[in-house]
Design a protein. Structure first.
Length: 352
């Protein structure tokens, strides 16, 4: 990945950049306060971007729904006639995602271009410029984060167009990563003081690494996992699963969906074919029309999710796992289940 240049920008300069993005009529999406949590929302005024908080708190849900909405029509029908649906694709700036989320989008790209080019996802990707905040602040990393164990890095630029990292109390390092990022910066930098710098966010990695309590390397577990497929330890680690699905909903890389036809109420033969998020944690996900469910137990569904992340995706697409170590699933799980802990416990104990 080519890195073009880097500059220092003050907090005030960054606010000006955000104002310019809005003034240039981009749709701006950024983490916004929603009670005690942060969620990606449309920003109308620069003050809505909570710079200090977004460095310290990860959004509860990932930004995947900017590209892959939880529900959307993919076709409309009237009687025998089918009508294509074009996804709305305004020029968008997605601001303040984490490096793990940016990397997650690159993993999703492989899925949505694998046997079929999903125009809904791809057009939104094309229309979106990604401004990432590196986890360069000491408070950015918590006890759930484990990107280092799955081939990530808290200051990585992969998947980003522009990369921001802290540079002292009142300033940021701004790195241009792609031509798309350069175009955005060039079109929105009027009035923004940029001081050239030869620093890199990665320069600060060593100090941030010490913040991680989860450092075990999971990049090779795909070779060992098949041996544990029906082990008692894995059942013990996963039997508490309730099947609520919040792990998959909050995950930046879970991408299962279902397609259903939804007739329009009060009409005859009119309706839409709709793509909805689904999850392997749900009992109905694999239930056959005849009533048989090959994943009869909840712990088997949980196992499927772990295997898809750490064994099946790496086997199918690349050596990389489908987990980017963001920790959202373990932060959100109502019964404290945790993919990192489950896999490290099971593999650490040996086969029983
Ligand atoms: S692992 Fe936790 S979050 Fe995921 S479905 Fe089971 S109970 Fe819900
Ligand atoms: S499986 Fe959990 S830790 Fe891994 S990317 Fe998904 S939400 Fe993040």
């Amino acid at each position: 990945m080519k890195s073009y240049n880097s500059s220092i920008v003050t907090k005030q300069g960054l606010k000006q950049l955000i104002e310019n993005i809005l003034a240039h009529k981009y749709r701006l999406l950024a983490p916004k306060k929603s009670g005690e949590q942060l969620s990606f929302e449309t920003i109308l005024r620069a003050e809505e971007v909570v710079l200090n908080q977004l460095l310290r708190t990860m959004t509860t849900l990932s930004p995947k729904e900017v590209f892959f909405p939880r529900t959307e029509p993919v076709l409309r029908y009237t009687g025998q006639e089918m009508h294509d649906v074009e996804p709305p694709t305004p020029e968008t700036v997605l601001f303040g995602i984490r490096p793990c989320d940016a990397r997650g989008l690159e993993l999703l790209d492989k899925v949505f271009t694998w046997d079929y080019n999903d125009k809904f996802y791809l057009k939104r990707r094309e229309a979106t410029t990604i401004v990432t905040f590196a986890c360069s602040d000491q408070a950015s990393v918590d006890e759930h984060c484990f990107c280092l164990g799955v081939g990530g890095d808290p200051t990585a630029s992969s998947g980003s167009d522009l990369l921001l990292s802290t540079n002292g109390d009142d300033a940021f390092l701004l790195e241009v990563i792609t031509e798309k990022g350069e175009r955005l910066l060039n079109s929105c930098k009027e009035g923004v003081e940029l001081q050239a710098s030869d620093k890199r966010a990665a320069d600060q990695l060593e100090a941030i690494k010490d913040r991680f309590v989860r450092k075990q390397d999971l990049t090779e577990v795909r070779h060992k996992m098949p041996e544990y497929f029906d082990s008692d330890q894995l059942v013990q680690e996963t039997y508490r699963c309730l099947g609520c699905g919040i792990c998959a909903m909050s995950c930046p890389t879970c991408h299962c969906f279902d397609i259903v036809d939804e007739p329009k109420a009060g009409t005859l033969g009119e309706g839409a074919r709709v793509k909805n998020w689904d999850a392997c944690s749900f009992a109905l996900f694999t239930k056959h029309a005849g009533g048989h469910n090959p994943r009869e137990l909840q712990c088997q569904r949980c196992r499927q999710r772990y295997f898809h992340k750490l064994a099946y995706y790496p086997q199918k697409f690349s050596e990389e796992s489908l987990c980017v170590g963001c920790g959202r699933c373990s932060r959100s799980c109502p019964v404290g289940l945790d993919i990192y802990q489950a896999v490290t416990h099971v593999l650490g104990k040996g086969r029983a």
